[in-house]
Design a protein around this ligand. Structure first.
Ligand SMILES: NC(=O)c1ccc[n+]([C@@H]2O[C@H](COP(=O)([O-])OP(=O)(O)OC[C@H]3O[C@@H](n4cnc5c(N)ncnc54)[C@H](OP(=O)(O)O)[C@@H]3O)[C@@H](O)[C@H]2O)c1
Length: 310
C-alpha cells in the first residue's frame, strides 16, 4: 500500500514524503513521479495535482487535499469518479484566517492606506472614522473559517453579518441563508470578506452586480479563491469609487503575473496567498491522523463532499 504525494513545488515533495513517512511508520510514502507500481497506490496527498495525475492509480481509495478547499482537486477533468476526498482543516488554519481577517478589516475600517499616504507626505492628517459598532461588515461563507472570522469581527464590536447556503446561528452575528437572502445581506455592507469555497455557484460572485449592492465606497477582502473575483469589474468599481479599497490574497493565476494591474494599483493590497497557510508540520500531523482514521473506519472528521464542491 503506497501513499502518493504531489505538490507543484518540486523541492517540497521530498520534504512532505519524509515528514509523512515519520508520522506513518510502516506505510510506504512516495513522490507521485517516482511510483512505478501504480496498482499499489491506495491514498494520494496532493496540492494542485496535474490533470491526469490521479487517474493513473486504479486502486485509489482516498484523496487528501493539502488545504481546506478541494477545488484544485476537482479541477482535474480526469479525476477518478467517486473517490472520497479529505480536506485539511483544523484550529491552526482557522486561527491564521481570523488574524488575517481582523488585520485587514481593521486596516480598512481605520483607513490605514490613507493614513500611510499622509505619513509619506509628512502630513499630520487625522482620520476619524465611525466606531466599530456603527460599521457593518459581512462575511460570505460561514464554514470553519468564515464562522470563526465573523465571530472575531463581532467580538471586536462590528455590526457583523454572515451569509451561507444553509441557516446558521452564530452568537453576535446576523445570519442570512441562500441566494434569496444575498441582497439583504449585502445592503449597507461597508466591508465585505469572502470566505466561500470555489464552486459552480460561487465562481465570479464578486462582480459588478454585487459591488453595486454594497454601501457606496465599501471595501472588499477576498481571501478565498481568485476565481470568485471578476478582476476587471473590481478595477472599474475602484475607478468609479464605488469600491474604495480591496485586499486580495488569491488570484486567477498564482503567482500573480508581474504585469497584472493589481500589483501597482494604489487602492489594492496584494498578499501572496498567505491568509491562512497551514504550518506544514501541523498540516502533516492532521493529514496523518485523518489518513489513519480513514483507513481504519472508512471515514474521518474532515471528509469533503465532491458533489457539492466543498
Ligand atoms: N487564502 C487562504 O490562505 C485560504 C486558506 C484556506 C482556505 N481558503 C479558502 O477558504 C474557503 C472556505 O474554507 P472553509 O474551511 O471555511 O470552508 P467550509 O467549511 O467548507 O465552508 C464553506 C461555507 O461556504 C458556504 N457556501 C458554500 N456554497 C455556498 C453558496 N452557493 N451560497 C452561500 N454559501 C455557500 C457554506 O454554506 P453551508 O454551511 O450552508 O454549506 C459554508 O458555510 C476554502 O474553500 C478555500 O477556498 C483560503
Amino acid at each position: 500500500m503506497t501513499v502518493a504525494v504531489y505538490l507543484p513545488v518540486k523541492e517540497k515533495i521530498q520534504w512532505w514524503v519524509e515528514m509523512l513517512q515519520g508520522l506513518l511508520p510502516g506505510w510506504t510514502i512516495a513522490s507521485i513521479d517516482d511510483i512505478e507500481d501504480v496498482a499499489s497506490v491506495k491514498q494520494a496527498v496532493v496540492w494542485r495535482p496535474r490533470p491526469g495525475d490521479l487517474a493513473r492509480f486504479p486502486n485509489l481509495e482516498v484523496i487528501v487535499s493539502i488545504g481546506a478547499g478541494i477545488d484544485h482537486v476537482l479541477a482535474d477533468p480526469d479525476l477518478p469518479k467517486d473517490v472520497p476526498i479529505i480536506r485539511t482543516a483544523g484550529d491552526d488554519l482557522t486561527q491564521r484566517m481570523r488574524e488575517y481577517v481582523a488585520l485587514h478589516v481593521l486596516r480598512h475600517h481605520r483607513d490605514m492606506p490613507r493614513q500611510l499616504l499622509a505619513q509619506a507626505e509628512k502630513d499630520w492628517h487625522a482620520i476619524v472614522v465611525p466606531v466599530a459598532p456603527n460599521r457593518i461588515v459581512g462575511v460570505m461563507g460561514l464554514g470553519n473559517l468564515g464562522a470563526a472570522s465573523a465571530k472575531t469581527l463581532s467580538d471586536l464590536g462590528f455590526i457583523t453579518r454572515g451569509w451561507s447556503k444553509s441557516t446558521k446561528t452564530i452568537e453576535g452575528v446576523e445570519t442570512f441563508a441562500g441566494a434569496d437572502a444575498l441582497d439583504r445581506f449585502l445592503s449597507g455592507c461597508e466591508i465585505l470578506v469572502n470566505l466561500l469555497p470555489l464552486t459552480d455557484a460561487t465562481k465570479g460572485i464578486l462582480n459588478a452586480d454585487l459591488f453595486g449592492k454594497l454601501a457606496p465606497g465599501a471595501c472588499v477582502i477576498n481571501c478565498a479563491r481568485g476565481g470568485h473575483l471578476v478582476d476587471d469589474d473590481l478595477l472599474l468599481a475602484l475607478e468609479a469609487r464605488q469600491i474604495k479599497q480591496a485586499t486580495l490574497d488569491v488570484f486567477h493565476q498564482e503567482p500573480l503575473p508581474t504585469d497584472h494591474a493589481f500589483w501597482s494599483h494604489p487602492a489594492i493590497t496584494v498578499t501572496p496567498h498567505v491568509a491562512s497557510q497551514i504550518d506544514a508540520a501541523t498540516g502533516g500531523r492532521l493529514i496523518a491522523s485523518n489518513l489513519k482514521e480513514f483507513v481504519e473506519t472508512g471515514t474521518c472528521p474532515d471528509m469533503a463532499d465532491a458533489d457539492r464542491g466543498y
